[in-house]
Ligand binder design. Structure first.
Ligand SMILES: Nc1nc2c(ncn2[C@@H]2O[C@H](COP(=O)(O)OP(=O)(O)OP(=O)(O)O)[C@@H](O)[C@H]2O)c(=O)[nH]1
Ligand SMILES: [Mg+2]
Length: 395
């Protein structure tokens, strides 16, 4: 019986999708030999998206037993078939298939230059702002999908859209009006990111300035009272603002301090000891210590704006046991890039509550807002009016 031998090439959203299509079209006799990532769909090289292509052959030979979701190794398959039936025609066909595959592969690596210049420019802007590769890819995919070829010609309009989309990925933590006082706000985070300074800034904002409303009654508690300089640092702020500060050196003292201010204060701010996100034991000890604050306490995590993307991701993960509600971005004045932080917060689905942007404690803290992040984008032409209108109330 002559052996009939036919090749196929199928594209799909992913490997499983391709295999399903192959099975549906050719049944069990189809043997997948190769898979590779390709751009599928699109017009003139634009608007395409990433997909998978599989190639293989359909043999009239009985199907070779194989693992269901494994692409087969071409060489092994070839040897198996040849061992069964040393048929020269089959051998010739297999060589042809192999050559065909190589040609397809070669073609797949060249069309990068077909990318629209607008997409290339955008990619550069994302990179300039330290957005993560994943975030950048997501945004460029959205541009390809949602904007027409005509729309891509107007770079300013494209930027407006993209900035709006970036804005949509930023989540702002909104303060829930408290029924029960006092509100307890605990600030945790790595060493030296500005926790103590931020606690003093929050004390000033709520207890002296009142964010433009009536000031409320604030107290500060620090669990960092033993460290040289740490005590003086808060006492200095306490004197200037006339806002009390106390020290708690263990779980019990912290519980007592909170109980002491329970009826009197509107807001209890708790400064903690900076911890390396790598030191799991120390983090666990501090977590136990802070359990004295009770479950109603809001934990916020301080992260420095200039921290690189992968480190921000690490910090967000390592501090997860504190069950922090939101993130405070500190030292925004020390960097021109905010993409790292925006990408990391988005990747972990975290909200941001406050940002700080300077060393003075009385005017360098702000409630976080989408607009504040967007106007910090480098190289993008940001029309403030447009974003302020779009993100009204979130600024
Ligand atoms: N440029 C700038 N510097 C800041 C900001 N916030 C804090 N700093 C500075 O950062 C340094 C460390 O601040 P601290 O508040 O002591 O930091 P910390 O997180 O309490 O540090 P540890 O308690 O040692 O973990 C100080 O020199 C602050 O003045 C900010 O928003 N911008
Ligand atoms: Mg400190």
């Amino acid at each position: 019986m002559p052996v009939s031998f036919e090749t196929f090439k199928v594209q799909g959203a992913n490997y499983d999708d391709c295999v399903q299509k192959v099975r549906w079209a050719y049944g069990d006799k189809a043997v997948v030999m190769k898979r590779r990532t390709v751009r599928v769909g699109g017009v003139l090289g634009l608007f395409s998206r990433e997909g998978v292509e599989v190639t293989g052959y359909i043999s009239s030979l009985p199907p070779v037993p194989r693992q269901p979701a494994q692409p087969l190794d071409f060489e092994t398959e070839k040897q198996k078939i040849l061992a069964n039936r040393p048929d020269p025609t089959l051998q010739k066909l297999l060589v042809q298939v192999e050559t065909l595959n190589e040609k397809i592969d070669a073609k797949a690596f060249s069309p990068k230059d077909e990318e629209h210049p607008t997409l290339t420019r955008l990619e550069e802007l994302f990179s300039q702002n330290d957005f993560s590769l994943g975030y950048t890819k997501m945004m460029l995919d959205r541009v390809r999908k949602e904007l027409s070829l005509d729309a891509l010609e107007d770079f300013d309009a494209v930027q407006d859209r993209v900035i709006e989309w970036i804005g949509e990925t930023i989540t702002i933590h909104t303060e829930t009006p408290r029924q029960r006082k006092p509100r307890i706000l605990v600030l945790v985070g790595p060493t030296g990111v500005g926790k103590t300074t931020t606690i003093a800034k929050l004390a000033a904002a709520y207890g002296v300035d009142g964010w433009g409303q009536d000031p409320i009654k604030v107290v500060m508690i620090t669990i960092d009272g033993y460290r040289i300089g740490a005590r003086e640092q808060l006492e200095k702020y306490s004197d200037i603002m006339n806002i009390p500060v106390t020290y708690a050196n263990n779980h019990e003292e912290l519980r007592k301090s909170i109980a002491f201010y329970q009826d009197d204060a509107d807001l209890i701010l708790i400064d903690t000891i900076g911890k390396s996100p790598r030191d799991a034991v120390e983090l666990a000890k501090m977590k136990q210590f802070l359990d004295a604050c009770g479950s109603a306490a809001e934990v916020h995590l301080a992260v420095m704006a200039g921290t690189k993307y992968s480190d921000v991701r690490d910090i967000l993960r390592q501090f997860a046991p504190f069950d922090y509600r939101s993130v405070v971005i500190t030292k925004l004045d020390e960097t021109t890039r905010v993409g790292n932080v925006i990408s990391a917060l988005f990747a972990d689905g975290k909200a941001v509550s406050y940002i700080t942007d300077g060393q003075s404690f009385d005017n360098h803290i702000h409630r976080a807002g989408v607009v504040r992040f967007l106007i910090n984008l480098e190289g993008f032409r940001v029309s403030r009016d447009v974003i302020e209108q779009r993100f009204h109330g979130e600024a």
